[in-house]
Design a protein. Sequence first.
Length: 149
Amino acid sequence: MTEEKKKKQDKKERKDEYLEQLQRLQAEFDNFRKRTEKERQEIFKNANEDLIVKLLGILDNFELALKHVDDKGINMIYSELYSILEDEGLKKIKAEGKFDPRIHEALILEEGEKNEMIIEEFQKGYTLNDKVIRPSKVKITKIAEKKNE
């Protein structure tokens, strides 16, 4: 009788072991599926990044043209292009207030009353789906150092 109980116990242990392995494999597969879906969505979200970065130069040229010429046709084309890019996740970076090195690039320092305040923007910066694809190029202030005499 003890031999039979031992066999039943071994069978139960193997069954529990197989069940545990199956549950682990199912969890691993579920994690794999979720991870690949997330990666696929990320790739899809940023698939157009290279093209959009190339189009930023064209946006800059349109803005420059609009500063010098009041042409409704150019304005309409610029607005339509910018609207399409916004729909893809493009946003302008605000270049006002305090300097943030994560989204701004300081090109010139000028003495001022407050430290690291943006006083001029040379080139607009943009984010694509909350990722900086071009920082704003700006002039910022720096408090003058006082010399002890």
